[in-house]
Design a protein around this ligand. Structure first.
Ligand code: GLA
Length: 381
């Protein structure tokens, strides 16, 4: 996590006084259950100790001043005037969207001086936008959202749909709002019921491998996949009573004639099953079995859902050549972003060296490999 001291310094530089209130909003990693949330199935994400740190001081000036250290740019909002959104979606869109959302709910919004800084690698698919949305909601309406974290997640998701125009599922915002130290969340996206599940990897550790491939087109490709899923449901209307793809009767797949749509549906059904098996493997402490499920998830995302691509495949291919690695997969939406791997603790250095070298030789990019801790959701420090 970023240090309070360096954040304080940024605040002092911007506003010429000091503030002593802090909020941290984490990024997330999804252990397994990809492209399942918007299909009403099971996912297993957790919040991580990398995220966005804010230092702030509220006031009665009716002016919001927020400085982003990452973008070296400021946002000033006069609460007496109508909110104006940037033409192209950027970091300000999420903040403005969240403020408009809270306004529409009748929440009191105060003036504020705030700086934000992040140690989430930008555009890496670790949910920096969900972290930002939840941070803003939590800072401005702490008393309400602290007790209504599910609603915070839903409101943040609404902002993503309405203002960023990405029809994301609920997983990212839910994980950021509800994360718990050392726990994964087995979340049923059909009814938003969730159970915390200890993630104990024994003599293994979870490594994150950032492909550093810019996630170009990710939003349009993502919306394309969602549209395909809607098509499948429309197609099966009358054959299968399920309103959610993840809960289709597997026999219904026989009615899908289109090869691409068939593969998409197959991924959803098999992935949903893998999440159930992964939670059992975790409960049994069977890390090898968990690793195999991660790998099967990646293969399905690559072959059936077609969201992996050369870079993420290269990482998984070479990760699996390290004999101390029991499983690896892409995490998040795909088309670039990050992979995760479960690796024996005593082989971390070897894994890093080998996978980095092979990745550089086989792609145009250099990857970054790091460990993360499973942490609490958004909160004041
Ligand atoms: C993105 C979305 C999530 C989820 C994942 C894929 O992170 O924001 O809602 O759909 O992709 O599992």
């Amino acid at each position: 996590m970023l240090s309070k001291e360096s954040a304080n310094e940024i605040f002092l530089n911007q506003f010429s006084y000091t503030a002593e209130e802090y909020c941290f909003s984490p990024g997330r990693i999804n252990l397994i259950g990809e492209h399942i949330d918007y299909n009403g199935g099971l996912v297993l994400p957790f919040a991580i100790n990398k995220g966005i740190l804010a230092v702030f001081k509220k006031n009665e000036n009716k002016i919001i001043r927020i400085y982003s250290a990452d973008f070296e740019d400021s946002l000033v909002i006069d609460l007496g005037k109508a909110i104006e959104f940037p033409v192209e979606v950027n970091w300000k869109t999420y903040i403005l969207g969240m403020i408009e959302m809270m306004n529409s709910k009748g929440f009191y919004i105060s003036g504020i001086d705030m700086i934000i800084c992040s140690d989430l690698p930008l555009g890496s698919g670790l949910s920096s936008s969900a972290a930002l949305e939840c941070l803003i909601g939590y800072v401005f309406a702490n008393e309400y959202y602290d007790k209504n974290r599910k609603e915070l997640a839903l409101d943040a998701q609404h902002v993503e749909h309405e203002y960023a125009k990405v029809k994301c599922g609920i997983m990212d915002q839910f994980a950021v709002a509800n994360g718990k130290k050392e726990m994964g969340m087995l979340l049923d996206c059909n009814n938003l019921q969730s159970n915390y599940l200890p993630i104990e990897l024994k003599n293994f550790t979870l490594l994150v491998i950032n492909s550093n491939k810019p996630r170009a087109l990710v939003d349009s490709k993502y919306n394309e996949r969602r549209a395909e899923c809607d098509k499948i449901l429309a197609l099966l209307d009358g054959f299968d009573p399920s309103k959610e793809l993840a809960n289709l009767n597997p026999l219904s797949l026989a009615y899908i004639e289109d090869d691409i749509l068939y593969s998409r549906a197959k991924h959803i059904l098999t992935e949903n099953n893998r999440v159930k098996m992964a939670s059992n493997a975790l409960a049994d402490g069977n890390i090898e079995a968990l690793g195999q499920l991660l790998l099967a998830s990646h293969q399905s995302l690559d072959e059936d859902y077609e969201v992996a691509g050369h870079e993420l495949n290269t990482i998984v291919k070479y990760a699996m050549k390290v004999k101390e690695c029991v499983g690896a997969r892409m995490t998040g939406a795909g088309f670039g972003g990050c992979c995760i791997a479960i690796v024996e603790k005593n082989a971390i250095a070897k894994f890093k060296q080998y996978v980095s070298k092979k990745y550089q030789e086989n792609t145009h990019y250099t990857c970054a490999i790091f460990e993360v801790e499973i942490s609490d959701g958004v909160g004041f420090l």
